[in-house]
Write a protein of this length. Structure first.
Length: 219
């Protein structure tokens, strides 16, 4: 398993050897530092590698975090669980660095991040409701969600928990599977992956390799 943290820079296109242009997203993957290694045999009882990305002034970091990172202020600290059954686990030790060179062109990865926040949205935009009819005596029901009260048997005369309604849209963690690495610039710390990834420019993303069996390839 390979992984790294990166920031979304924007989109571009990459021409393949066959001359076809493919849409891709540029990710800035500065070297990340291993801050902790957890093992199943240790006190944590599971396998994981914790990494730190970027830098912050020590005065802006809590004392508990500074104590954990030996006085180094990181912009973000993330933890990657390691599958115990995988034979392709990337070794790590505290203080070690991971950079963009761990990925190669053609590898398949998954990218996770927080989507763009879109503020308060109605049911039509948020959930794809069709809205009400435009005729038959109705005047302002084009984008109304319809009835929300449950019947006696369904919800006991109350609004059922989890019913789709208007509300805050976006800001959710989303994972995009099976993206292909189109280009790697290890010197400048940049990775280009196919397609689009969650979030606006500057979003911190988690990039992890996909096991060979996951996407139908043979190792």
């Amino acid at each position: 398993m390979k992984f790294i943290l990166a920031k979304k820079e924007g989109m571009t296109r990459v021409f393949g050897e066959d001359g076809r242009a493919r849409a891709g997203t540029i990710l800035l993957a500065d070297p990340i530092v291993v801050t902790q290694v957890k093992t199943k045999e240790g006190k944590d009882k599971y396998s994981a590698i914790q990494v730190g990305m970027g830098s912050r002034k020590a005065k802006n970091v809590g004392k508990a975090v500074l104590g954990h990172t030996k006085g180094v202020g990181y912009e973000k600290i993330r933890e990657f669980r390691l599958p115990t059954s995988s034979t392709e686990v990337m070794a790590g030790e505290v203080g070690g660095k991971i950079d963009a060179s761990i990925f190669a062109v053609g590898e398949v990865v998954r990218v996770s991040g927080i989507t763009k926040g879109k503020g308060f949205a109605g049911g039509v935009k948020r959930h794809g409701f069709h809205g009400g009819p435009r005729t038959h005596g109705q005047k302002h029901s084009e984008r109304e969600p319809g009835a929300i009260g449950g019947s006696g048997g369904r919800a006991g005369g109350r609004v059922a928990k989890g019913i789709r309604m208007a509300g805050r849209m976006g800001g959710d963690k989303v994972t995009v599977e099976n993206l292909k690495v189109l280009a790697v610039d290890a010197k400048n710390g940049k990775i280009i992956v196919s397609g689009a990834v969650p979030g606006p420019r500057g979003t911190i993303l988690e990039i992890t390799s996909v096991p060979a069996m996951k996407h139908g390839r043979t190792a």
